[in-house]
Design a protein around this ligand. Structure first.
Ligand SMILES: *Cc1c(COP(=O)(O)O)cnc(C)c1O
Length: 426
């Protein structure tokens, strides 16, 4: 299978190269050149992941290792917990991995892939991540202590919560955590400049781990495939998903699973006060904006990067409306929903999951005939500074997070310049 750029179908490469480079040379994002369809089967998650990925990596140098890679990457449980006696409402808990958010899935697979793709000149892969939250921790955890991989995290000093900062700074020798004297945008700019610097590229095998990397998206399609196949076998009908969304990577993964033949029903994108996508679907005008800060901060995205993939597959708004719907939820509604559902279901949502829970609560009556699955993107204790005051009690840390908190923190403070980043990389 070849992978093609969203901008020019003549720009093609292998799965391995798409994973190593992240972005296509013309600035586009990679998509498979065609969409294989599979016969859904009820299988353990890593087996489903290997089956779904097999046609995508056919002929690639990673193909023989794909089963080992999915088994190693998806080594934690992803349970679907039912919240209705007839199983018409349930929650898919994606937060049982090492850093308690769904980004562990893609980050762990990416680490498995890069470990198996040695640089031609024998250099270590230098993975640069600008992060304001979950991505950095997930990538660091996935690469921590792995030979051949080195991670440099850039986060805005003083602008992440203490719980988040701990997850960005508690790693071993091959992870460097940089508190940048600047904003998240400065961190992103520095990473972009590094990739554009001929001098740095000559010295380092730079790799990117953000959600434009196809190596993060493909393994995420597996949990939609496995969950929907299991639901259909059990109840004889499709399962619809409500997905808390920011850059639309998780949502695109759900669309992939459905395109590849799995019984995924409706896909609803649940956005916070960043309304670019809901506005596009309702008005037909694509009008990306600056991001608005909310309490569901991992979804504070005004110009979602994976929209480019959606628009490559579904060029008109009418086509996209056949594929997904979207809604937006305010911070006040998030807070109220966390409080209400803690009483109603005994479930404490993280602020991102609560966006989806609120969208579920607002579904029109006729949509209630379907079976719905809310996608829980993170554990609430990850955002305890926000959630604990709302539910007026303290939350228990999952063991994986508690372990991170027992480790010492290490970080360097740097200026928001490429020269400062270069100093760290040498
Ligand atoms: C990253 C993230 C999201 C948004 O996911 P996208 O794939 O960017 O749409 C939602 N919730 C949490 C907890 C996240 O970390």
């Amino acid at each position: 299978m070849e992978f093609v750029s969203t901008r020019d179908a003549r720009v093609r490469t292998t799965f391995s190269c798409a994973v190593q480079h992240g972005l296509a040379p013309d600035g586009g994002l990679y998509l498979p050149v065609s969409w294989p369809t599979l016969e859904p089967q009820v299988q353990p998650l890593p087996v489903t992941a290997a089956a779904l990925m097999a046609p995508l990596v056919a002929g690639d140098r990673l193909a023989p290792a794909i089963a080992a890679m999915t088994a190693a990457a998806l080594n934690f449980r992803i349970p679907r917990v039912t919240l209705a006696p007839d199983d018409s409402f349930s929650v898919l808990e994606l937060f049982h991995g090492p850093t308690a958010a769904f980004k562990d899935v893609g980050a762990r697979f990416l680490a498995e892939a890069l470990t198996r793709l040695p640089d031609a000149s024998g250099r270590v892969h230098d993975i640069l991540v600008a992060t304001s939250g979950d991505t950095g921790g997930a990538v660091a955890a996935a690469c921590d202590g792995r030979p051949g991989l080195r991670v440099t995290l850039l986060y805005p000093k003083g602008r992440v919560s203490p719980t988040q900062e701990k997850q960005l700074t508690c790693w071993g020798d091959n992870v460097r955590s940089c508190a940048v004297q600047g904003s998240f945008d400065d961190c992103q700019r520095m990473v972009k400049e590094a990739f554009l610097s001929p001098h740095l590229r000559a010295r380092h095998a730079l790799a990117s781990a953000n959600s434009i990397n196809i190596g993060r998206l493909v393994p995420q399609a597996a949990y939609y495939a496995a969950t929907s196949a299991e639901y259909e076998a059990r109840h004889g009908r499709r399962l619809s998903f409500i997905i808390p969304s920011g850059n639309l990577g998780n949502a695109f993964a759900a669309v992939m699973a459905r395109r590849m033949g799995y019984p995924v029903g409706d896909i609803v994108l649940a956005h916070n006060a960043n309304t670019t996508v809901p506005d596009y679907l309702s008005t037909g005008h694509w009008n990306p904006k600056g991001s608005v800060a909310t309490i569901a901060s991992a979804m504070d995205v005004g110009n979602p990067s994976n929209m480019e993939r959606f628009r490559a597959l579904y060029p008109t708004v009418e086509e996209l409306r056949q594929v997904v719907t979207a809604a937006s939820v305010s911070d006040d509604a998030i807070r109220t929903r966390i409080r209400l559902d803690a009483d109603r279901y005994g479930q404490v949502w993280c602020p991102h999951t609560a966006v989806g829970a609120e969208v579920y609560a607002r579904l029109p009556q006729q949509a209630r005939d379907q079976a719905w699955c809310l996608v829980a993107t993170a554990h609430p204790a990850k955002f305890r500074e926000i959630v604990e005051p709302i539910v007026a009690r303290s939350l228990e840390m999952p063991a994986s997070l508690a372990m991170l908190f027992a480790r010492p923190s290490r970080l360097v403070e740097i200026d928001a310049t490429l020269a400062a980043l270069e100093g760290v990389l040498t």
